[in-house]
Design a protein around this ligand. Structure first.
Ligand SMILES: NC(=O)c1ccc[n+]([C@@H]2O[C@H](COP(=O)([O-])OP(=O)(O)OC[C@H]3O[C@@H](n4cnc5c(N)ncnc54)[C@H](O)[C@@H]3O)[C@@H](O)[C@H]2O)c1
Length: 272
């Protein structure tokens, strides 16, 4: 049986774990980083020592200079439309030019739509596919190309959803769920394909999380609060450790995995 060891360095157990979790001297790209889940993950990543590049179609909802001072890391924002390859390529080039490398990439840019299946239009579906699937796919590709060139390996975390796991109570998200199922499977296929380059790819599937995205579904707020078995809506901070695990060296033997952070909802509601 394998036993826990701190090695020969004489490090304490605590410092061994802290060193595994550290993102010091790393550069992390976060798409959709201007607000909500992406912004929170940008902060938690910086809290572990990483420089952070936000790529988003909207301006950051916070002062990046204040964040840089607070976490003593570098923060950059590049206006980026993840549905345009030229825009993505320009931002990735700028990132390498400004910060020298890319170690981690979190794809959090996304859009949602709650609408009956029978009423979905082609244009609405195209938008969901462009942002959620192609935007994440090509971000991962640009990040992986850079990691390959650096010969450093790296970690890519793609934000999927509970909608990739099951039909969501009270929501009609057929195409949104389809896009997130694509992301979940992409994590598995890229995890295998990029493993020889030591590039790990994993997905995190949030349940109901309180953000501007979920707030737009005003009539569903009671469902979001009461239906998860843990009895509450998630906060953006509930995702921080899941993503940190996949990014850090402590997960160096983990790829192609999905972690559902849903308050237990992906296993169904438990009636007591
Ligand atoms: N909030 C939830 O309950 C929940 C649950 C499961 C999964 N998710 C997923 O988490 C991710 C973040 O969601 P959120 O709740 O923070 O939403 P949000 O709307 O608050 O943030 C999404 C961000 O993506 C950006 N974005 C949208 N289109 C873009 C484009 N074309 N190019 C660049 N950036 C673009 C937006 O400007 C925004 O900053 C999404 O992928 C979403 O599908 C959210």
């Amino acid at each position: 049986m394998a036993s826990y060891t701190t090695g020969d360095s004489g490090m304490t157990r605590q410092s061994f774990m802290a060193s595994k979790l550290s993102l010091k001297n790393k550069v992390t790209v976060v798409t959709g980083g201007s607000r909500g889940i992406g912004l929170d993950l940008a902060e938690s990543t910086a809290d572990l020592g990483s420089d952070v590049v936000l790529m988003d179609i909207r301006e950051p909802q916070t002062d990046l200079k204040e964040l840089a001072t607070k976490y003593k890391t570098r923060f950059k924002f590049y206006h980026t439309d993840v549905t345009e390859m030229t825009s993505l390529q320009a931002s990735f080039d700028r990132c390498v030019n400004d910060l020298g490398k890319i170690d981690n990439c979190i794809t959090a840019a996304g859009v949602a739509m709650d609408k009956p299946f029978l009423d979905h239009t082609w244009d609405e579906c195209r938008k969901l596919l462009d942002v959620n699937v192609l935007g994440s796919f090509f971000c991962a590709q640009l990040a992986a190309r850079q990691m390959k060139e650096q010969q450093t390996g790296g970690s890519i975390v793609m934000i999927a959803s509970i909608a990739a796991h099951c039909a969501i109570p009270a929501q009609r998200v057929s195409m949104y769920g389809g896009t997130k199922a694509a992301i979940k499977l992409l994590g598995q296929t890229l995890g295998a394909e990029l493993a020889p380059l030591n590039i790990r790819v994993n997905t995190v599937s949030p349940g109901f999380i309180a953000t501007d995205m979920s707030k737009q579904f005003t009539e569903l707020q009671d469902v979001f609060r009461n239906v998860p078995p843990l009895g509450r809506i998630g906060e953006t901070g509930d995702l921080a450790m899941a993503v940190a695990y996949f990014l850090c060296s402590g997960s160096s033997y983990t790829t192609g995995a999905d972690l559902a952070v849903t308050g237990g909802l992906h296993n169904g509601r438990i009636e007591l």
